[in-house]
Design a protein. Structure first.
Length: 86
């Protein structure tokens, strides 16, 4: 069975790839806006917090790697729970 739905690369996007140093041949744009962002420090990605308190994910490629699709979607329950707690 095909799993084409797990990967989309938008090479015509003016920002592609939006992360410096990313592998253009393995850059998944499906999670352009990372759903894990809402998990804060528990997202599992490579991030920093700026002095202003804003989460900076510019070094993080976790949701953009083809092989991480299942790992990202498995966290949707955690996202729902986090939103219920707010």
């Amino acid at each position: 069975m095909s799993r084409n739905y797990t990967y989309f690369s938008h090479r015509d996007c003016e920002y592609f790839p939006c992360h410096e140093g990313a592998d253009r041949d393995n850059f998944n744009c499906l999670f352009c806006y990372c759903p894990l962002y809402a998990l804060g420090r528990d997202c599992g990605g490579d991030f920093d917090y700026l002095p202003s308190g804003v989460k900076d994910c510019s070094r993080c490629l976790y949701p953009h790697l083809r092989e991480n699709y299942d790992a990202v979607t498995e966290r949707f329950g955690d996202i729902v729970k986090a939103m219920e707690e707010k």
